[in-house]
Design a protein around this ligand. Structure first.
Ligand code: ATP
Ligand code: MG
Length: 438
């Protein structure tokens, strides 16, 4: 803030207008500490550079009018007032032109709460009623909503994302335009969609926003489309599949892997539904969910690490985990303790979103976490890494290099995890010889 104020003062002393603008003004009015400060100015980029003579200046996006100035090592982004040209691809203006008028710059911004400027000299400049909308907790398009979403369809997802993050509602005319312009989402890149979707589902208001806008969610996650209103005909599953999914997501901790897994854990249900004696079953739904989830994550260009974790969580979300040391060690070996921790969060959220009697299972997960803690604190062995013998030890007793080594190590690990053998080098070497003799 202090460094931003200094930057504004320097620009003003050079004869230009300058203001804090956008997200930082919104956050300050909401009593949230902004994560960065954007400044907008009447100075052209080269004029900004000249005004900050003696400071370190990085020409970050000169074409778009952005210059970054380092003040006390804090990067301050300074952008020249801009007005956008025609939009022809529903995403980006064909041209941007610099302007000397603040109004031009504010009118191109997406929502009233994001279209305010502030400086010490002028106080708040709020041409579209952004402050009132903050008080009413409303996301409202600047200008004519349909025109604004047609210009840039990414704004549709930004509206939902802000509503979720800030726990705001979308103003009715803005909401109507969102639904009307929805098909234009196809012009938005997968990367952009995924990044907004992730922020949306990590917001405090995710559950409500997803319940209010299933059309938008299913447009970007088509695998969920058949889940909306899909009655499960099952006393343990009192909500339709979409509603259950959203409730489960809302019951998750704020961990992106767990939340993405919750989003996709049951997408295979509609295609595997069978009815017997009036009760619904979903045999094989986990595999169906896995393949649809994989398709979805590919479509969204999800990075491999996240996709691997999410798919692991979906794969193991349904089977009961026995609260025994043996079962827990086996699972820690299979998916790692970090993923097991995430899996327990997912399972708890899944149960919470079923019928009230399913919530009773939650105590089991606490028990499993306790067992995990004990295994870890006793540094007990649940992976090949911590096994006291390795491949070289087996080669030394004459096991030929190749597949047999891996298979023998897994068998030894199994014996240790099941408590049938101590994790002791001499003992395990003897056991390996015994195994080999058959
Ligand atoms: P946060 O950084 O917390 O996501 P923010 O409001 O700063 O919130 P940014 O994406 O950093 O969001 O954008 C900065 C500002 O630029 C916004 O406040 C808004 O005024 C404007 N803006 C960003 N993207 C768009 C867009 N697609 N259409 C119109 N204005 C936009
Ligand atoms: Mg920002």
């Amino acid at each position: 803030m202090k460094n931003g104020e200094l930057a504004i003062e320097i620009l003003e002393n050079n004869g230009y207008e300058a203001y804090f603008v956008g997200g930082c003004v919104r956050d300050m009015l909401m009593g949230i500490v902004p994560h960065d400060f954007d400044i907008t100015t009447s100075a052209l980029p080269e004029e900004t550079v000249a005004a900050f003579d003696g400071f370190r200046v990085i020409l970050t996006g000169l074409k778009h009018g952005t210059v970054t100035v380092l003040i006390e090592n804090e990067p301050i982004e300074i952008t020249t007032f801009r007005s956008d040209g025609e939009y022809s691809d529903h995403r980006r203006p064909e041209s941007v032109s610099f302007s000397r008028k603040l109004e031009d710059d504010l009118s191109r911004r997406d929502f009233t709460v994001n279209a305010m400027a502030y400086s010490k000299r002028t106080g708040l400049i709020d041409l579209y009623g952004g402050k009132e909308d903050i008080n009413k907790r409303l996301i409202r398009a600047v200008g004519e909503p349909e025109k604004r979403f047609t210009e840039d369809a990414l704004r549709i997802l930004r509206a939902l994302r802000f509503a979720s993050e800030k726990e705001f509602f979308i103003e009715p005319e803005t909401a109507k335009a969102i639904l009307k312009c929805l098909p234009l989402i196809e012009f938005v890149s997968a990367e952009r969609i995924f990044s907004e979707l992730k922020r949306l589902i990590m917001g405090k208001g995710a559950e409500r926003v997803m319940m209010d806008y299933p059309e938008v969610i299913c447009r970007v996650v088509p695998a969920l489309a058949d889940c909306v209103g899909f009655d499960q005909h099952n006393p343990h599953h009192i909500y339709d599949v979409y509603r259950h999914t959203v409730r489960a997501l809302g019951a998750c901790p704020f961990d992106i892997d767990v939340r993405l897994a919750a989003l996709l854990h049951d997408v295979g249900k509609p295609s595997t539904f069978t009815l017997s004696d009036g009760v619904g079953h979903f045999y094989g739904h986990t595999d169906a969910s896995l393949s649809l989830a994989k398709e979805t994550l590919d479509l969204l260009k999800c990075d491999n690490r996240t996709a691997d974790t999410v798919l692991t969580l979906i794969k193991y979300h349904d089977p009961v985990i026995e609260p025994t040391e043996k079962a827990v060690k086996r699972l820690m070996n299979k998916i790692g303790s970090e993923n097991l921790d995430k899996l327990l969060s997912l399972k708890a959220a899944d149960n919470l979103a079923q019928s009230p009697d399913c919530a009773a299972r939650l105590v089991t997960y606490d028990g499993i976490r306790r067992i995990m803690g004990e295994i870890e604190s006793k540094k007990e062995c649940f992976s090949l890494k911590s096994l006291e013998v390795n491949g070289d030890d087996l080669i030394a007793i004459g096991v030929p290099k190749g597949k047999e080594i891996g298979a023998l190590l897994e068998r030894l690990l199994g014996a240790v995890m099941d408590g049938e053998a101590p994790n002791d080098r001499q003992h395990l070497i003897a056991l390996a010889m015994k195994f080999r003799k058959g």
